[in-house]
Design a protein around this ligand. Structure first.
Ligand SMILES: [Fe+2]
Length: 344
């Protein structure tokens, strides 16, 4: 065990960790170890890679290990009176649709995604369709049969996570249905879930989903107890992605009576919505003077495979950190087809 690596967590999933990427947040790590080793969950035969944790009468956290070396991932299944809605679909490892059918008794599934990243949207083809914010459609369209290749070395061996390659989906085209900000689904009997365009992590098409019945916000990767990478700073500030995300947080706070709980896609969940005020405070401080109002910085490999560049970190009071870069101009979305071999 080297000093900068975490010990394995002995969860019930059939997949086993081989290799981690960057070290993860200590608090988040302890939380996940306690949750996965000591709290009840169910692994169904339909998908042995998913640990199912029940958080509410009708809310299931489908936990799966990240197939690459980054943080493990939650998907959120809300079961309404007539339909169910699944937020994110992971890598698609295992028969995720059969698992959802098992839990819901076969109710119609509305699959939605928070953003296009590997660990959130690669399972979309298992459902034949996916809903997302309308600006995310081009990134989802870039998915292809080779997008899982980077998980294996030149000899075909798993690099980060041990699982049976045959349990990945066979890629086939699926319907990608872009919807506007504020679009609402009715799961039956007036049980509504609303898409909220968030910007930030995942770019202009990133989305959160608000369960208006249970006052739960599925917040994607913009809120994370490890590091929240919420976009970059560029100038003019009012056009940069971190600013756009700040506008979203302000809108959420204006609707705070509708939001009691936050359920992110990684690590600690069931957070109280008052965290949004602390996030806004951190964003306001950063945006007041991005080049100086950070707490620490480091040189990191950029996400697009370019040279290392400076990443700045700002503490969110009582929670974790948000990271940001400072760039010359707004960054275009990174398409899957351009990134699939970068993590080797
Ligand atoms: Fe993620």
């Amino acid at each position: 065990m080297s000093a900068d690596r975490m010990r394995p967590i002995n969860g019930k999933s059939a997949a086993k960790r081989i290799l981690w990427g960057p070290p993860q947040n200590h608090i988040s790590w302890a939380y996940m170890k306690e949750l996965r080793e000591n709290h009840p969950c169910t692994v169904y035969e339909e998908d042995p890679y998913i640990e199912v944790y029940q958080f509410r009468d009708n809310l299931y956290g489908l936990f799966h290990q990240n197939c690459d070396g980054m943080g493990d991932v939650w998907m959120w299944l809300t079961v309404g009176p007539e339909k169910c809605l699944l937020v994110d679909n992971g890598y698609g490892l295992g028969d995720l649709k059969a698992l959802v059918d098992r839990i819901t008794g076969g109710k119609e599934i509305i699959p939605v995604v928070t953003h296009d990243h590997f660990d959130h949207a690669f399972g979309s083809c298992r459902f034949g369709r996916v809903f997302c914010h309308e600006k995310l459609v081009p990134q989802i369209q870039a998915q292809n049969e080779h997008m899982w290749d980077y998980l294996f070395d030149d000899n075909g061996n798993n690099i980060w996570l041990q699982f049976d390659r045959k349990d990945l989906p066979e890629f086939k085209p699926f319907d990608i249905i872009g919807v506007p900000d504020g679009y609402t689904w009715d799961l039956g009997g007036g049980y509504e879930i609303e898409l909220i365009n968030s910007n930030g992590h995942g770019g202009p098409g990133a989305a959160m989903y608000l369960d208006k019945h249970s006052k739960i916000l599925f917040s994607g990767d913009n809120i994370c107890s490890d590091v929240s990478g919420c976009g970059t700073v560029s100038y003019p500030l009012e056009q940069c992605s971190l600013w756009a995300y700040r506008e979203c947080v302000k809108r959420l706070i204006a609707r705070i009576d509708e939001i009691d709980w936050l359920f992110p896609e990684h690590f600690i969940v069931n957070l109280e919505s008052c965290l949004l005020y602390d996030i806004l405070e951190a964003l306001d401080t950063v945006l007041a003077d991005p080049k100086n109002n950070y707490d620490y910085m480091e040189n990191r490999q950029s996400g697009n495979g370019g040279p290392p560049r400076v990443t700045y970190y700002k503490y969110i009071k009582g929670f974790s950190t948000m990271s940001y870069g400072i760039t010359d101009g707004p960054e275009p979305p990174v398409m899957i087809s351009a990134t699939r071999h970068l993590k080797k």
